[in-house]
Design a protein around this ligand. Structure first.
Ligand code: ATP
Ligand SMILES: O=C(O)C[C@@H](O)[C@H](O)C(=O)CO
Length: 333
Protein backbone atom coordinates (compact mmCIF):
# COMPACT_ATOMS: atom_id res chain seq x y z
CA UNK A 1 0.00 0.00 0.00
CA UNK A 2 1.46 3.36 -1.05
CA UNK A 3 0.86 5.48 1.98
CA UNK A 4 1.74 8.87 0.51
CA UNK A 5 1.62 10.00 -3.12
CA UNK A 6 3.97 12.90 -3.80
CA UNK A 7 3.14 14.62 -7.09
CA UNK A 8 6.24 14.69 -9.28
CA UNK A 9 7.62 17.41 -11.60
CA UNK A 10 6.90 20.26 -9.23
CA UNK A 11 9.36 23.15 -8.82
CA UNK A 12 9.45 22.79 -5.04
CA UNK A 13 9.74 19.66 -2.92
CA UNK A 14 8.77 21.19 0.39
CA UNK A 15 7.25 24.37 1.79
CA UNK A 16 7.24 25.11 5.51
CA UNK A 17 4.72 27.56 6.95
CA UNK A 18 5.04 29.32 10.30
CA UNK A 19 7.45 31.13 12.55
CA UNK A 20 10.81 32.53 11.67
CA UNK A 21 12.46 33.52 14.93
CA UNK A 22 15.76 33.93 16.66
CA UNK A 23 17.39 31.55 19.12
CA UNK A 24 19.71 33.11 21.66
CA UNK A 25 21.53 30.15 23.13
CA UNK A 26 23.47 30.73 26.33
CA UNK A 27 27.20 30.40 25.82
CA UNK A 28 27.83 29.69 29.50
CA UNK A 29 26.27 26.24 29.62
CA UNK A 30 25.58 23.97 32.55
CA UNK A 31 24.34 26.86 34.68
CA UNK A 32 21.02 28.72 35.10
CA UNK A 33 20.29 31.69 32.86
CA UNK A 34 20.52 33.97 35.88
CA UNK A 35 24.24 33.30 35.75
CA UNK A 36 24.78 33.55 32.01
CA UNK A 37 26.06 36.70 30.38
CA UNK A 38 26.47 35.96 26.67
CA UNK A 39 24.43 34.27 24.00
CA UNK A 40 24.96 33.14 20.42
CA UNK A 41 22.35 34.19 17.91
CA UNK A 42 20.93 31.62 15.49
CA UNK A 43 17.88 31.50 13.27
CA UNK A 44 15.15 29.59 15.07
CA UNK A 45 11.52 28.69 15.09
CA UNK A 46 10.54 25.06 14.68
CA UNK A 47 9.28 25.31 11.08
CA UNK A 48 12.34 27.38 10.15
CA UNK A 49 14.62 24.72 11.65
CA UNK A 50 12.80 21.99 9.73
CA UNK A 51 12.97 23.93 6.47
CA UNK A 52 16.70 24.52 6.98
CA UNK A 53 17.14 20.82 7.70
CA UNK A 54 15.25 19.84 4.54
CA UNK A 55 17.30 22.23 2.42
CA UNK A 56 20.58 20.96 3.91
CA UNK A 57 19.49 17.44 2.88
CA UNK A 58 18.97 18.60 -0.69
CA UNK A 59 15.25 19.26 -0.89
CA UNK A 60 14.08 22.23 -2.98
CA UNK A 61 12.55 24.19 -0.13
CA UNK A 62 10.34 27.27 0.23
CA UNK A 63 8.83 29.11 3.17
CA UNK A 64 5.61 30.98 3.92
CA UNK A 65 5.91 33.36 6.83
CA UNK A 66 6.31 36.91 8.11
CA UNK A 67 9.45 38.54 9.46
CA UNK A 68 9.79 41.76 11.38
CA UNK A 69 10.99 44.92 9.66
CA UNK A 70 14.15 45.05 11.73
CA UNK A 71 17.71 43.78 11.86
CA UNK A 72 16.58 40.38 13.16
CA UNK A 73 14.12 40.00 10.31
CA UNK A 74 16.81 40.87 7.79
CA UNK A 75 19.24 38.44 9.47
CA UNK A 76 16.67 35.66 9.12
CA UNK A 77 15.93 36.53 5.49
CA UNK A 78 19.62 36.45 4.57
CA UNK A 79 20.16 33.16 6.38
CA UNK A 80 17.29 31.51 4.50
CA UNK A 81 18.74 32.67 1.19
CA UNK A 82 22.24 31.51 2.18
CA UNK A 83 20.64 28.10 2.79
CA UNK A 84 18.98 27.99 -0.63
CA UNK A 85 15.47 28.42 0.74
CA UNK A 86 13.07 30.26 -1.53
CA UNK A 87 11.90 33.46 0.21
CA UNK A 88 9.41 34.74 -2.36
CA UNK A 89 6.58 34.17 0.16
CA UNK A 90 8.45 35.48 3.19
CA UNK A 91 6.70 38.79 3.88
CA UNK A 92 8.18 41.70 5.84
CA UNK A 93 5.60 42.80 8.37
CA UNK A 94 5.46 46.61 8.68
CA UNK A 95 2.99 46.89 11.55
CA UNK A 96 5.70 47.49 14.15
CA UNK A 97 5.89 43.83 15.12
CA UNK A 98 9.04 42.24 16.46
CA UNK A 99 10.92 38.99 16.00
CA UNK A 100 10.15 36.16 18.38
CA UNK A 101 13.09 35.41 20.63
CA UNK A 102 13.88 32.09 22.27
CA UNK A 103 16.44 32.44 25.06
CA UNK A 104 17.70 28.98 25.84
CA UNK A 105 18.97 27.85 29.19
CA UNK A 106 21.25 24.86 29.36
CA UNK A 107 21.44 23.98 33.05
CA UNK A 108 22.72 20.53 32.17
CA UNK A 109 22.63 18.35 29.07
CA UNK A 110 19.32 16.92 30.22
CA UNK A 111 17.90 20.02 31.88
CA UNK A 112 17.25 22.67 29.26
CA UNK A 113 14.50 25.23 29.00
CA UNK A 114 13.45 27.99 26.68
CA UNK A 115 12.42 31.48 27.73
CA UNK A 116 10.30 32.84 24.89
CA UNK A 117 9.62 36.49 24.17
CA UNK A 118 6.63 36.40 21.86
CA UNK A 119 4.62 39.60 22.37
CA UNK A 120 3.56 41.25 19.11
CA UNK A 121 5.61 38.84 17.02
CA UNK A 122 5.69 39.14 13.25
CA UNK A 123 5.12 35.44 12.63
CA UNK A 124 1.59 35.53 14.03
CA UNK A 125 0.75 38.46 11.74
CA UNK A 126 0.81 36.05 8.78
CA UNK A 127 -2.50 36.61 7.05
CA UNK A 128 -4.66 34.82 4.47
CA UNK A 129 -3.57 37.45 1.94
CA UNK A 130 -0.01 36.12 2.31
CA UNK A 131 -1.09 32.64 1.22
CA UNK A 132 -0.58 32.08 -2.49
CA UNK A 133 -2.47 29.20 -4.07
CA UNK A 134 -0.05 29.27 -7.02
CA UNK A 135 2.90 28.95 -4.64
CA UNK A 136 1.48 26.02 -2.71
CA UNK A 137 0.46 24.35 -5.97
CA UNK A 138 4.17 24.25 -6.91
CA UNK A 139 5.12 22.00 -4.00
CA UNK A 140 5.03 18.27 -3.34
CA UNK A 141 4.64 18.76 0.41
CA UNK A 142 3.61 21.41 2.92
CA UNK A 143 4.54 21.51 6.60
CA UNK A 144 2.39 23.32 9.11
CA UNK A 145 3.33 23.68 12.76
CA UNK A 146 0.98 24.05 15.68
CA UNK A 147 2.12 27.39 17.01
CA UNK A 148 0.93 29.13 13.83
CA UNK A 149 -2.61 28.20 14.93
CA UNK A 150 -2.29 30.13 18.19
CA UNK A 151 -3.60 33.50 17.06
CA UNK A 152 -5.42 35.23 14.23
CA UNK A 153 -4.70 36.09 11.45
CA UNK A 154 -1.99 33.40 11.33
CA UNK A 155 -4.62 30.83 12.29
CA UNK A 156 -6.79 31.65 9.28
CA UNK A 157 -3.73 31.69 7.04
CA UNK A 158 -2.95 28.12 8.05
CA UNK A 159 -6.46 26.90 7.26
CA UNK A 160 -6.40 28.58 3.86
CA UNK A 161 -3.02 26.98 3.12
CA UNK A 162 -4.46 23.61 4.12
CA UNK A 163 -7.39 24.07 1.74
CA UNK A 164 -5.04 24.92 -1.14
CA UNK A 165 -2.80 21.96 -0.30
CA UNK A 166 -5.69 19.50 -0.31
CA UNK A 167 -7.06 20.99 -3.53
CA UNK A 168 -3.71 20.52 -5.32
CA UNK A 169 -2.77 17.13 -3.86
CA UNK A 170 0.09 18.55 -1.80
CA UNK A 171 1.00 16.13 1.00
CA UNK A 172 0.53 17.86 4.37
CA UNK A 173 2.78 17.30 7.36
CA UNK A 174 1.67 18.56 10.76
CA UNK A 175 4.39 19.00 13.33
CA UNK A 176 2.42 19.62 16.52
CA UNK A 177 5.06 21.94 17.93
CA UNK A 178 3.11 23.01 21.01
CA UNK A 179 4.50 26.05 22.79
CA UNK A 180 2.32 27.01 25.78
CA UNK A 181 3.42 30.67 25.83
CA UNK A 182 1.31 31.48 22.80
CA UNK A 183 -2.03 29.90 23.79
CA UNK A 184 -4.73 31.16 26.12
CA UNK A 185 -6.21 27.79 27.11
CA UNK A 186 -5.92 24.05 26.59
CA UNK A 187 -9.44 24.01 25.20
CA UNK A 188 -8.51 26.53 22.52
CA UNK A 189 -5.40 24.55 21.65
CA UNK A 190 -7.26 21.26 21.38
CA UNK A 191 -10.03 22.69 19.19
CA UNK A 192 -7.79 24.41 16.67
CA UNK A 193 -5.22 21.62 16.57
CA UNK A 194 -7.98 19.10 15.85
CA UNK A 195 -9.47 21.23 13.06
CA UNK A 196 -6.07 21.34 11.39
CA UNK A 197 -5.12 17.72 12.13
CA UNK A 198 -8.23 16.48 10.33
CA UNK A 199 -6.74 17.76 7.06
CA UNK A 200 -3.20 16.40 7.45
CA UNK A 201 -1.55 13.29 5.97
CA UNK A 202 1.28 12.88 8.47
CA UNK A 203 1.28 13.94 12.13
CA UNK A 204 4.43 14.21 14.20
CA UNK A 205 4.36 15.05 17.90
CA UNK A 206 5.34 14.03 21.37
CA UNK A 207 3.01 12.03 23.60
CA UNK A 208 2.30 15.16 25.61
CA UNK A 209 1.42 17.12 22.47
CA UNK A 210 -0.99 14.46 21.26
CA UNK A 211 -2.59 14.40 24.72
CA UNK A 212 -3.20 18.12 24.33
CA UNK A 213 -4.76 17.68 20.89
CA UNK A 214 -6.92 14.89 22.34
CA UNK A 215 -7.94 16.99 25.34
CA UNK A 216 -11.63 16.27 24.68
CA UNK A 217 -11.01 12.59 23.90
CA UNK A 218 -9.70 10.93 27.05
CA UNK A 219 -9.85 7.46 25.47
CA UNK A 220 -7.05 8.38 23.06
CA UNK A 221 -4.94 10.20 25.60
CA UNK A 222 -1.76 8.49 26.74
CA UNK A 223 -2.48 5.60 24.37
CA UNK A 224 -0.32 5.64 21.23
CA UNK A 225 -2.35 3.05 19.35
CA UNK A 226 -5.67 4.79 20.03
CA UNK A 227 -4.09 8.09 19.09
CA UNK A 228 -2.97 6.75 15.73
CA UNK A 229 -6.31 5.10 14.96
CA UNK A 230 -8.13 8.29 15.88
CA UNK A 231 -6.32 10.27 13.23
CA UNK A 232 -6.49 7.52 10.62
CA UNK A 233 -10.24 8.15 10.69
CA UNK A 234 -9.46 11.50 9.09
CA UNK A 235 -6.78 12.12 6.45
CA UNK A 236 -3.77 10.75 8.33
CA UNK A 237 -1.73 7.91 6.78
CA UNK A 238 1.23 8.10 9.17
CA UNK A 239 1.30 9.10 12.86
CA UNK A 240 4.66 9.47 14.59
CA UNK A 241 4.85 9.76 18.36
CA UNK A 242 8.19 10.91 19.72
CA UNK A 243 9.36 9.72 23.13
CA UNK A 244 12.62 11.57 23.71
CA UNK A 245 15.55 9.35 24.64
CA UNK A 246 13.16 6.39 24.57
CA UNK A 247 12.92 6.77 20.82
CA UNK A 248 9.85 7.04 18.64
CA UNK A 249 6.90 5.00 17.39
CA UNK A 250 5.34 5.27 13.94
CA UNK A 251 1.95 3.91 13.02
CA UNK A 252 0.72 3.58 9.45
CA UNK A 253 -2.85 3.43 8.20
CA UNK A 254 -2.26 -0.07 6.79
CA UNK A 255 -2.02 -1.34 10.34
CA UNK A 256 1.74 -1.44 10.86
CA UNK A 257 3.68 -0.18 13.89
CA UNK A 258 7.39 0.64 13.90
CA UNK A 259 9.56 1.36 16.93
CA UNK A 260 12.51 3.67 16.37
CA UNK A 261 15.56 3.56 18.58
CA UNK A 262 18.01 6.36 19.28
CA UNK A 263 21.68 6.99 18.52
CA UNK A 264 23.54 7.56 21.79
CA UNK A 265 24.53 11.22 21.76
CA UNK A 266 27.03 13.37 23.60
CA UNK A 267 24.16 15.65 24.57
CA UNK A 268 24.90 19.38 24.81
CA UNK A 269 21.21 20.36 24.91
CA UNK A 270 18.03 18.40 24.27
CA UNK A 271 16.03 20.91 22.26
CA UNK A 272 16.29 20.78 18.50
CA UNK A 273 15.86 17.00 18.56
CA UNK A 274 12.29 17.19 17.30
CA UNK A 275 13.01 19.52 14.41
CA UNK A 276 16.06 17.55 13.33
CA UNK A 277 14.08 14.31 13.56
CA UNK A 278 11.19 15.76 11.56
CA UNK A 279 13.32 17.14 8.73
CA UNK A 280 15.24 13.90 8.20
CA UNK A 281 12.13 11.73 8.61
CA UNK A 282 10.19 13.81 6.07
CA UNK A 283 13.15 13.80 3.69
CA UNK A 284 13.27 10.01 3.84
CA UNK A 285 9.56 9.69 3.12
CA UNK A 286 9.96 11.97 0.11
CA UNK A 287 12.72 9.70 -1.19
CA UNK A 288 10.31 6.77 -0.96
CA UNK A 289 12.23 5.07 1.82
CA UNK A 290 10.58 2.55 4.12
CA UNK A 291 9.43 3.89 7.49
CA UNK A 292 12.19 2.23 9.59
CA UNK A 293 14.89 3.87 7.46
CA UNK A 294 13.15 7.24 7.77
CA UNK A 295 13.01 6.84 11.55
CA UNK A 296 16.67 5.85 11.69
CA UNK A 297 17.57 8.91 9.62
CA UNK A 298 15.48 11.13 11.86
CA UNK A 299 17.03 9.74 15.02
CA UNK A 300 20.55 10.16 13.67
CA UNK A 301 19.83 13.75 12.68
CA UNK A 302 18.40 14.43 16.14
CA UNK A 303 21.45 12.94 17.81
CA UNK A 304 23.73 15.18 15.74
CA UNK A 305 21.77 18.33 16.59
CA UNK A 306 21.46 17.71 20.33
CA UNK A 307 25.22 17.17 20.39
CA UNK A 308 25.62 20.73 19.08
CA UNK A 309 25.14 24.19 20.58
CA UNK A 310 22.69 25.34 17.92
CA UNK A 311 19.64 23.95 16.18
CA UNK A 312 19.51 25.59 12.74
CA UNK A 313 23.29 25.87 12.23
CA UNK A 314 23.71 22.22 13.27
CA UNK A 315 21.08 20.78 10.93
CA UNK A 316 23.13 18.12 9.12
CA UNK A 317 23.69 17.56 5.42
CA UNK A 318 22.82 14.26 3.79
CA UNK A 319 26.35 12.89 3.79
CA UNK A 320 26.86 13.87 7.43
CA UNK A 321 23.91 11.76 8.54
CA UNK A 322 24.94 8.86 6.32
CA UNK A 323 28.47 8.90 7.73
CA UNK A 324 27.14 9.21 11.29
CA UNK A 325 24.99 6.11 10.86
CA UNK A 326 27.79 4.18 9.12
CA UNK A 327 30.27 5.05 11.88
CA UNK A 328 27.81 4.03 14.58
CA UNK A 329 27.16 0.68 12.90
CA UNK A 330 30.89 0.08 12.32
CA UNK A 331 31.69 0.78 15.99
CA UNK A 332 28.82 -1.42 17.12
CA UNK A 333 30.24 -4.51 15.35
N1 ATP B 1 18.76 12.22 24.73
C1 ATP B 1 18.60 11.76 23.46
N2 ATP B 1 19.54 10.98 22.91
C2 ATP B 1 19.41 10.51 21.64
N3 ATP B 1 18.36 10.79 20.85
C3 ATP B 1 17.38 11.57 21.35
C4 ATP B 1 17.45 12.10 22.68
N4 ATP B 1 16.33 12.86 22.89
C5 ATP B 1 15.61 12.79 21.74
N5 ATP B 1 16.23 12.01 20.81
C6 ATP B 1 15.72 11.68 19.48
O1 ATP B 1 15.00 12.77 18.96
C7 ATP B 1 13.64 12.42 18.73
C8 ATP B 1 12.75 13.60 19.06
O2 ATP B 1 13.04 14.02 20.39
P1 ATP B 1 11.83 14.42 21.38
O3 ATP B 1 10.97 13.26 21.58
O4 ATP B 1 12.46 15.05 22.57
O5 ATP B 1 11.01 15.47 20.51
P2 ATP B 1 10.71 17.01 20.87
O6 ATP B 1 10.23 17.15 22.28
O7 ATP B 1 9.82 17.50 19.79
O8 ATP B 1 12.14 17.65 20.72
P3 ATP B 1 12.53 19.22 21.04
O9 ATP B 1 13.22 19.13 22.36
O10 ATP B 1 13.39 19.62 19.92
O11 ATP B 1 11.24 19.99 21.10
C9 ATP B 1 13.41 11.20 19.63
O12 ATP B 1 12.33 10.41 19.14
C10 ATP B 1 14.74 10.50 19.52
O13 ATP B 1 14.81 9.77 18.31
O1 LIG C 1 10.51 26.65 18.08
C1 LIG C 1 10.94 27.62 18.71
O2 LIG C 1 10.42 28.76 18.71
C2 LIG C 1 12.21 27.40 19.50
C3 LIG C 1 13.27 26.92 18.50
O3 LIG C 1 13.75 28.03 17.78
C4 LIG C 1 14.41 26.22 19.22
O4 LIG C 1 15.44 26.02 18.30
C5 LIG C 1 13.87 24.89 19.70
O5 LIG C 1 13.35 24.78 20.77
C6 LIG C 1 13.91 23.78 18.72
O6 LIG C 1 13.22 22.68 19.26
Amino acid sequence: MTLLKFEQNRPLDFIALGRLCIDLNANEINRPMEETRTFTKYVGGSPANIAIGMSRLGAKTGFIGRIADDQMGRFIHSYLEQNNIDTSCVVTDRSGSVTGLAFTEIKSPEECSILMYRDNVADLKLSPNDISEAYIQQAKALLISGTALAKSPSREAVFLALDYARKHRVVVFFDLDYRPYTWSSREETAIYYKLAAEKCDVMIGTREEFDLVEYFDSAAQRNDERTANKWFDYQAKIVVIKHGKNGSIAYTKDGKKYEGSIFPAKVVKTFGAGDAYASAFIYGLMQGWEIPKCMEFGSASASIVISSHSCSDAMPALQQIQEYIAQYKAEKH
